[in-house]
Ligand binder design. Sequence first.
Ligand SMILES: [Zn+2]
Length: 58
Amino acid sequence: MAASGFRRKSRANTRSRRSQWKARPAALTRCPNPACGERTYAHRACTACGQYRGRQVL
Ligand SMILES: [Zn+2]
């Protein structure tokens, strides 16, 4: 948010807030498919078996 003019944020406030914005490592989980068990990203279809929440999507 720019917050220009009225109730404008100081440059120090903007910079101290942005200093807390960091990249986090991708959330990796085990594939829920018992026949697969591959390490895969959370909330993504499994790249190995192509299933998401028990359904074939790829
Ligand atoms: Zn899988």
